[in-house]
Ligand binder design. Sequence first.
Ligand code: CAA
Length: 386
Amino acid sequence: MHPLLHLSETQRAVISTAREFCAAEVTPFAPQWDRDAHFEPTLVQKLGELGFLGMMIPEAYDGLGFDTVTYLLALEEISAADASVGVLMSVHNSLPTQMILKYGSEGQKHAFLGPMARGETLGAFALSEPDAGSDASSLRAQAVRDGDDWVLNGTKAWISAGGHAGVILAMARTDTPDARKGGKGIGAFIVTPDLPGFKVGKKENKMGLRASETVQLVFDNLRVPGDRLLGDPSLGFAYAMQSLEAGRLGIAAQAIGIARAAYEHASAYAAERQQFGKAIGEFQGIQFKLADMATRITAARSLLHTTAAAKDRGEPITEYAAMCKLFAAETAMWVTTNAIQVFGGYGYTTDYPVEKLFRDAKVTEIYEGTSEIQRIVIGRAGLKGR
Ligand code: CAA
């Protein structure tokens, strides 16, 4: 079990629990969910029962109170079985729950964190819009104060599990059209689907991660009670950016899980597939591919866990979180591409698992900030440091 990492007894137990859960509840069904683009709602309750939806929520709010390192170990396991289940777990644990925990009032924490930790309510994160992706602070959804309430109008896009979530952390402008303040004129609101004016819009038909439902959310005069505003009305973008650092660690763990699964399938196939009178794994051309896969995966995991440990010590990790996601995502894409090559023609068919892993890997270079955005974050930090 990850020999370089010095795992505690608890961490070994978490990994074993995740593996057993996946063997029984995920791996046998994932190919069919992928074919049908089926989001399996019972997973939320099952993950909740194991504590996997409250991994970093303190015990006082019914969570497990684990550190980031332990959470990421579980997330790698789940993602190795099915990246769609991985993203459900990553978004919920890294973004909405952490935002409420870090910036919410005591009342908000008590109202929302318990049900989220127990898996009774799934969380989602609504920052992007159809015209605001990489340039997230240009978002246009508008929040206007009306008495004690806020009234929100706009369309949020690419929302993972948005149609199944019970708690959505939604970013909307609180500045006015005549005095725009960029990233400093945005609030974060705790939206629930029961509020009048909440609608689930277009469902995306995706190349990968097909069992994770991705939708638009439409706010049509959505009336949000005043006590659902998170913290300061002008700091929602900063809260979202700060939380995305943890989010990017989660996506790095997901990418490592995908890459590891592809590597394991490729090495097992190389050991058994016979060509030219011997197993193809006996040819150096194949061995070198497997060696490079193992090296890149181990390097990605080492960077991730070093960064997560720094986060757990309370150190700033902005550029390192970006490095983790960038390197892990590119590793996942490289490893899955080469895993298909090891399988040859069979790898190109849906009879073998590597084509799904390849499709699932691609999104890790796109969501929670593209690889280009991660390079911007890393580059800016380097320039600032000089
Ligand atoms: N921590 C805390 N505050 C931060 C911050 C951080 N890491 N980054 C920015 N801020 C705050 C600061 O207050 C900052 O102002 P100062 O620099 O004066 O302190 C303010 O926000 C504005 O920041 P920037 O000027 O850096 O903003 P920008 O408009 O230049 O954008 C960006 C920076 C890095 C390009 C950012 O827009 C970005 O990360 N884009 C990618 C968007 C993204 O990751 N989307 C993910 C969607 S969610 C998703 O995918 C989830 C899913 O479902 C899987």
